[in-house]
Ligand binder design. Structure first.
Ligand SMILES: Cc1cc2nc3c(=O)[nH]c(=O)nc-3n(C[C@H](O)[C@H](O)[C@H](O)COP(=O)(O)OP(=O)(O)OC[C@H]3O[C@@H](n4cnc5c(N)ncnc54)[C@H](O)[C@@H]3O)c2cc1C
Length: 415
């Protein structure tokens, strides 16, 4: 006997993707609409919530960003964490250790000054000795100047995503997993709903928060997104609390193309590498856990290439063994900006994607901004710089676009 699953009721707003961005949009919609709100919201995902990119993030919540709009979205995440903690009555484990932006050359000091001047957050400038006092694993001689931003921190990404999910559920948002979306159906220029492996679900509004799969899904509605799935990776040393104390600040070291943070007495460090690996969004398997992201090199090429510059700044790394390698798919855009807001050619279609390796950091702001756009209300930032069509018509599966997105990741210097 075969059991036919019950059809799923339509909703006023459907969000595809229960990673942190889809859940943050659901949270913000839930807050705006209130319990028993005037419009129903449904989140769908083929997997349990937050098991793809979100599960693998290093989850630095770095405030210093190159532009005011992105910085505002990150600041909103800190506000979101406070408000979720109040609502849920629990501590979400934000580790407010601060970020130490390290410059190893005069030229880098200048670019660091420009970076922190763009924001309004407090900054302490330190020389090499001051930096090494704060982060004893740093070499005082290798540091020219460093900017310490004490309000920064990092968080367990699954815990934050789950807090968005629970708050959304309390507000009446439905979440349906084990459901694969095959296409967004568009009729006469407006969204009609989604086609899934369990039938059609009617919805006049669809938010595409499908992460690495968002470009493929958008293409089903005739929309080309300027983004590609790009490998992000980090390593974790063996536990050495003598070298890497738990209260170590987050370290951003652009001269080495690296970042690091404490991880239970070990050091978690990421390297960007000169050649990032971008994948064809048309050929992604449904589950990145089964994807051979190690590719041919297991991250070794990046490690070999970046190791010396990193060890010059952080010499104890030469004595600590590496215990873990973690890789996953972020979604980078050609210009390094998120893809957020309405698609003018298709009424009712919105994007919450193109995370550029900062989706955890900006989740609260992205959730609020996209929810406001969906509801036609003023949001926390102007979404024009993040408009899905800002780079014009393009082929989301072209090798040229993949190359540009990989270069955006390799060239990243912030947290
Ligand atoms: C190694 C690594 C380190 C990182 N470090 C940081 C960091 O320090 N700070 C930071 O802010 N960010 C970091 N990131 C980036 C961060 O993980 C992402 O920005 C964030 O998780 C993106 O969330 P998302 O919701 O867009 O994607 P995801 O978490 O991947 O969620 C997308 C969801 O959509 C679902 N889906 C897709 N297509 C369909 C479909 N057709 N039908 C049904 N469901 C579908 C998927 O199953 C998935 O659950 C890192 C990422 C990696 C890989």
């Amino acid at each position: 006997m075969t059991i036919t699953p019950a059809p799923i009721d339509g909703a006023d707003i459907v969000i595809v993707g229960a990673g942190i961005l889809g859940l943050a949009v659901a949270w913000a919609l839930g807050r705006a609409l209130g319990t028993g709100g005037a419009r129903s919201v449904l989140v769908v995902d083929r997997h349990p919530p937050s098991t793809q990119a979100t599960a693998r993030a290093a989850a630095l919540l770095t405030r210093a960003r190159g532009d005011a709009a992105t910085a505002a979205l990150v600041r909103d995440t800190y506000t979101a964490i406070t408000s979720l903690e109040e609502e849920l009555g629990e501590d979400l484990g934000l580790r407010r250790v601060g970020t130490l932006h390290v410059a190893a050359s005069g030229a880098r000091v200048d670019s660091l000054r420009t970076l922190v001047a763009a924001g309004t957050d407090p900054v302490d400038w330190l020389d090499g000795d001051g930096a090494a006092r704060l982060a004893p694993c740093l070499s005082a001689e290798a540091v020219e100047r460093a900017a310490f931003m004490p309000l920064d921190g990092f968080i367990d990404p699954m815990r934050l995503a789950d807090a968005y999910r629970r708050s959304a559920r309390h507000a009446g948002v439905r979440i349906s997993t084990g459901l694969s979306v095959q296409a967004i159906r568009v009729e006469r220029g407006r969204v009609a709903g989604i086609c899934t492996d369990r039938g059609f679900i009617a919805a006049p509004v669809v938010v595409n928060a499908a992460g690495a799969w968002a470009a493929g899904l958008a293409w089903s509605a005739g929309v080309g997104l300027p983004q590609a799935p790009v490998r992000s990776q980090y390593w974790i040393t063996e536990p050495r609390p003598d070298m890497f104390p738990r209260d170590l600040p987050v370290l951003v070291m652009p001269d080495a193309g690296a970042y690091a943070r404490p991880e239970l007495g070990a050091l978690l460090f990421g390297l960007r590498g000169r050649r990032s690996l971008a994948l064809d969004p048309a050929r992604l398997p449904h589950d990145t856990a089964g994807l051979d992201l190690d590719d041919s090199d297991g991250g070794l090429e990046t490690l070999e290439e970046g190791w010396q510059a990193l060890a010059r700044l952080c010499p104890p790394l030469l004595q600590a063994g590496i215990a873990h390698y973690v890789s996953g798919l972020s979604t980078y855009t050609a210009d390094g900006r998120f893809v957020l807001g309405p698609v003018p050619e298709v009424e009712g279609l919105f994007m919450a994607t193109g995370c550029c390796g900062a989706g955890i950091a900006a989740s609260g702001g992205i959730g609020r901004a996209v929810a406001a756009a969906v509801l036609g209300q003023p949001g926390p930032v102007d979404l024009a710089p993040f408009a899905p069509g800002r780079l014009g018509a393009l082929d989301p599966f072209s090798p040229a676009l993949r190359g540009a997105c990989a270069a955006a990741r390799s060239g990243k210097t912030g947290g």
